[in-house]
Ligand binder design. Structure first.
Ligand SMILES: O=c1ccn([C@@H]2O[C@H](COP(=O)(O)OP(=O)(O)O[C@H]3O[C@H](CO)[C@@H](O)[C@H](O)[C@H]3O)[C@@H](O)[C@H]2O)c(=O)[nH]1
Ligand SMILES: [Mn+2]
Length: 708
């Protein structure tokens, strides 16, 4: 399964120590289970069972994670072969809710893609608006106009960051007279858009033909399909008399009664519209907050698709999702270094990285069956000859975005982006790999894209809860990576995918280790080996070994610390609640929904975030288990300190004390938010009280069954 070809790939040196460590660590795991099987302790049945379940889950996840570590490989970029003509490129940008995704931001993202250093007659930017918002459309109309000065300005000055919002906000800009003039134009545009957004509708003075569909019966949940060409290459000329690229606004038809399949459905609609209008062989998918940070990206990746010496079955090129606006200590571990940087390198050594949903260049053919089993369209290479603004063509484009179009077809099952999981990105990439497509991870020093992450804890865990529901939808389906996937992509890749799919199960060990050692220590029940027992060192080795390896891969101690804390926080919130939501969906209670991540900035909140404070603020039930853990750990810690002072049981309890101290250190921001803070981000008193009550209850329950 290993990837060959020295000129394209470079094996990373860490794979050797990784393999050695994996051997040692797996011996330690075996020893642990040997002890579980043979040791006679005075733990009760209930606690022993949960402990074994916790340790089995940890061992299973550890086994999965080894697949990422066994053969990490970096890709070597190749210069674009000069004698080749660049193919056409269709860029897909999705937006879904103008109240959570500010129209100005969507427009700025579109501008950053329109401004690519790419032949304008070969570049088309498609916006899919699942919110069917005239405000978003208005912002895009404004962007199309502003683009006519912005594009030549960027190209003449060789600007790299071509999202106007980010560019004017960055510290390195020198404001000469031209720059100031452009900034004024941008500010005017910004003001117009923000005024309209504030009003909530587009006034008559701005109502051009493109808004004609928005009428009385037009709502975001029920409306006909809209396809509007806002810029047309060859027709629209910029301020330097060069052609503009194409810009197309699409809002697929919606009916209350049909299933829209969320983002996957939106992307499939774009696949068909673009096949009708431009049919570029290469497609870039972007979220509406993912701006381009490097105008040469499309040129740079074409080598993978065009160079004959590279794998002809290349399905997609994945860039790491990198973020701007993350605070220095990365409070919520939002960088997701493991998911977006370390693990993709691990998969790059086999079939290739998973699909992250954004920052991905696709081979259009990958959406139509396996490399050797294409299932339509009849002529995937057809060149679109008519004008994209041609009336007949636009009618076809409208037709392919109606609710009924997909009925009785393979869309979402065998072709296009796949339906059935709320992580359509993960699921689609996985299915493409199973069909035989390969992918490649491209991680240039200068980030190709910059995205944003939520800055309130509730938004963070709500996002991961949705991911968890989607992951379980794959894990517990007939496409389970370990049974189905293994047959097509091999064991290593299957374990990589399994690592994510079963991620929500982290809550089994995390809940155990957050509550049980602490409560049992309070009632003087020892559950780990004594400090003088040689087995104690085994436990310490397993604990420190896993954490240590994680730290080494992370490099920055502070970021690592916050990242491991978020792992625990997720285990006590989104992993648990995601699993519960998945179960209730399966039972038919409550429908599946894609809760769009909030991208609106609150100034006060941003200030607190930049200071590194946790943002609780809202009374979210997901804060309850982690508050309970904070309380129980603190009480146990104080109790433990007393016991140690009296030097009673210190030998028996050392392991439990180590975990409790770790729990308290991790909970410091929770105590602060409960007691010390008075700002809007403090822990709501209601949550604190509920947690106190439930923590006491849990204490009573566990202490009464601890010896059973
Ligand atoms: O019905 C929907 C719902 C969402 N979106 C768009 O999907 C994108 C991602 O949504 P967001 O709320 O930002 O979700 P995140 O969890 O931040 O997104 C991550 O996770 C998603 C899967 O859950 C992937 O689709 C994304 O690419 C990936 O960045 C956004 O551009 C949305 O506008 C739609 O087009 N239609
Ligand atoms: Mn997002």
């Amino acid at each position: 399964m290993e990837r060959r070809g020295a000129e394209w790939f470079e094996a990373l040196p860490r794979r050797i120590p990784n393999r050695v460590f994996a051997l040692v660590y797996s011996a330690a795991i075996l020893a642990l289970f040997y002890r579980h099987a043979t040791a006679t302790t005075h733990r009760g049945f209930f606690i022993s069972t949960w402990m074994v379940a916790a340790d089995i889950t940890l061992a299973f996840m550890w086994l999965n994670s080894q697949a990422f570590r066994i053969n990490p490989v970096a890709s070597r970029p190749h210069p674009f072969p000069e004698d080749l003509i660049p193919p056409a490129l269709d860029v897909f940008i999705c937006t879904a809710d103008a109240s959570k995704e500010p129209p100005l931001r969507v427009a700025a993202t579109a501008l950053s893609a329109l401004a690519y250093d790419y032949p304008p007659e070969k570049l088309t930017v498609y916006i899919s608006d699942d919110g069917a918002s005239e405000l978003t459309l208005f912002a895009l109309v404004e962007a199309a106009r502003f683009g006519k000065v912005w594009l030549p300005f960027c190209k003449e000055n060789r600007i790299k960051l071509r999202c106007p919002q980010a560019f004017f906000g960055s510290a390195s800009v020198t404001f000469d007279s031209t720059t100031l003039k452009i900034k004024e134009l941008y500010d005017n545009m910004k003001r117009r858009v923000e005024d309209i957004v504030e009003k909530g509708y587009v006034g008559d003075e701005y109502k051009t033909k493109v808004f004609s569909r928005w009428g009385k019966d037009f709502t975001s949940l029920d409306h006909p399909s809209v396809v509007e060409v806002l810029l047309q290459s060859g027709e629209d000329i910029d301020a330097a008399s060069c052609s503009m690229p194409n810009l197309v606004y699409v809002s697929r038809q919606k009916k209350r009664t049909s299933n829209h399949h969320f983002k996957a459905g939106a992307l499939n609609a774009l696949l068909r519209v673009s096949a009708t209008l431009t049919n570029a062989p290469i497609i870039l998918t972007l979220d509406c907050d993912m701006i381009s940070n490097d105008p040469s990206t499309p040129q740079n990746i074409m080598c993978y698709f065009l160079d004959k010496s590279f794998n002809p079955n290349l399905g997609y090129v994945q860039f790491p999702v990198r973020f701007h606006g993350i605070n220095k200590r990365d409070t919520y571990g939002s960088e997701m270094k493991r998911v977006f940087h370390i693990n993709p390198e691990g998969m790059n050594g086999f079939v290739g990285p998973d699909y992250s949903g954004t920052g991905t260049f696709f081979n259009r053919k990958a959406f139509y069956g396996g490399p050797s089993s294409m299932i339509g369209p009849r002529d995937p290479d057809h060149l679109v000859k008519s004008h994209i603004n041609d009336k007949a063509i636009l009618e076809i484009a409208q037709d392919v975005t109606t609710c009924d179009y997909e009925k009785g077809t393979n869309w979402g099952s065998k072709i296009g982006f796949r339906y059935g999981s709320l992580v359509e990105d993960y699921y689609t990439g996985y299915m493409l790999h199973c069909e035989g497509w390969k992918s490649v991870f491209c991680n240039p020093t200068r980030p190709a894209f910059l995205a944003e992450m939520p800055i309130a804890l509730n938004d963070v865990v709500t996002q991961t809860k949705r991911w968890n529901v989607g992951l379980l939808e794959v894990a517990l389906s007939k496409h389970n990576p370990l049974t189905f996937g293994r047959r097509y992509i091999g064991s290593f890749m299957a374990h990589c995918y399994s690592y994510y799919a079963f991620g929500p199960f982290w809550s089994i060990p995390i809940m155990f280790y957050a509550f049980i050692p602490q409560i049992t220590m309070l009632i003087n029940v020892s559950i780990f080996p004594k400090a003088s027992d040689p087995w104690f060192f085994l436990n310490m080795f397993l604990f420190l070994g896993a954490y240590g390896q994680d730290l080494i891969e992370f490099v920055s101690v502070r970021k690592w610390w916050n990242d491991q804390r978020m792992w625990l926080v997720r285990g006590l919130s989104s992993d648990l609640f995601g699993t519960l939501e998945y179960i209730s969906n399966q039972l038919g209670i409550g429908g599946r929904s894609f809760n769009v991540t909030n991208k609106v900035d609150d100034e006060e909140m941003r200030k607190r975030y930049d200071e590194g404070k946790f943002e609780f603020g809202v009374s979210s039930p997901m804060f309850v288990p982690l508050s309970m853990a904070a309380i129980i750990n603190l009480v146990a810690f104080l109790g433990g300190v007393l016991q140690f002072l009296k030097s009673r049981g210190s030998e028996d309890m050392l392991g439990q004390m180590v975990l409790t101290s770790m729990g308290v250190a991790n909970s410091l921001p929770v105590y602060e938010a409960m007691v010390l803070r008075s700002d809007g981000g403090r822990m709501p008193t209601k949550i604190t009280i509920i947690s106190l009550v439930l923590a006491s209850f849990l204490f009573l329950v566990v202490s009464s069954i601890a010896n059973i």
